[in-house]
Design a protein around this ligand. Structure first.
Ligand code: HPA
Length: 282
């Protein structure tokens, strides 16, 4: 069987061929449900469909475009994933995280992961953006199952601080600049694809979760495994089941994400500007 590093390097070769010469992206961006449009606004955007990158799983969900986009914003060179493959689509978990690993191997030592999530904390309101402080992996699977490649990271990686404290502070400042007071929260990841029952949401609340979703955690674990730092941002697209009397729907999720898109994009631009200053001043 081909080693994972060799598969990653094949994918990286496909990506590099598409990039302008001298490109040196340092920030990876994973854009969640309905939030992919940010990538279209990157300066000098170069788009590569996932099907042209060896080993990339192809996303099949409405609202997930399925392109890798290179470009810059706020002075930072970025590789963005416009749409992601989810575990609930039936992709093996190792394939779900493969694109995140490629971004990191391409030089993106900072990974910004965005998602749409249900609000469990009753104080959260749909349309709010939350900075992830920690997570609960309740997907019943680890993306690191199987052989470990020591070239990528350790067998037993530390997860004491998955979501980097400096990046959280930086995101909060970028929010302040836009007049947004961003709360932080704990994100519980379940495999889906059914939404939770009210009893499950009560359980998640008891376990300390503020938000619930079906993504992000596998990529965050993979990033920490490889030593990259992670920022997680959730768009609260709906109140979780039982928190609101209404039934949940994917339409509500994409509608709220679309409503908040402008704010989310402004926040990402602010964060990228601060990241490039941080590096300039380092
Ligand atoms: N539950 C799980 N995933 C989600 C939700 C939710 O309420 N909203 C958006 N993604």
């Amino acid at each position: 069987m081909t080693r994972l590093v060799e598969q990653l390097d094949d994918a990286l070769a496909d990506v590099r061929r598409a990039l302008p010469s001298g490109a040196a992206p340092t920030v990876g961006l994973i854009l969640g449900s309905g939030l992919g449009s940010f990538a279209d606004k990157l300066e000098g955007a170069v788009k590569l469909p996932y099907r042209e990158i060896r080993g990339f799983p192809v996303a099949r969900i409405v609202g997930h475009a399925g392109n890798l986009v290179y470009g810059s914003a706020g002075g930072a060179e970025v590789l963005a994933l416009q749409g992601r493959a989810h575990y609930y689509e039936g992709h093996p978990i190792r394939d779900v995280i493969f694109p995140a690993r490629v971004l990191i191997r391409a030089g993106c030592q900072t990974l910004v992961i965005t998602n749409a999530a249900g609000g469990i904390d009753p104080q959260l309101t749909p349309g709010e953006i939350v900075i992830l402080r920690d997570h609960l992996n309740l997907m019943c699977v680890s993306p690191l199952l199987g052989d470990n490649d020591d070239e990528l990271g350790p067998r037993f990686p530390d997860m004491s601080e998955v979501y980097d404290a400096r990046l959280r502070a930086l995101a909060a400042l970028a929010g302040d600049e836009l007049g947004l007071t961003l709360r932080s929260g704990v994100y519980a990841a379940l495999s889906g694809p059914s939404y939770e029952t009210p009893a499950e949401v009560r359980m998640l609340r008891t376990l300390g979760a503020d938000l619930v979703g079906m993504s992000t955690v596998p990529e965050a674990i993979a990033a920490r495994h490889m030593g990259a730092r992670v920022l997680g941002l959730s768009c609260v697209t709906n109140l979780a089941a039982g928190v609101s009397p209404n039934a949940l729907s994917h339409e509500e999720v994409t509608e709220t994400a679309a409503r908040v898109r402008g704010q989310f994009e402004a926040l990402l631009a602010g964060i990228l500007g601060r990241l490039s200053q941080e590096r300039g001043g380092a």
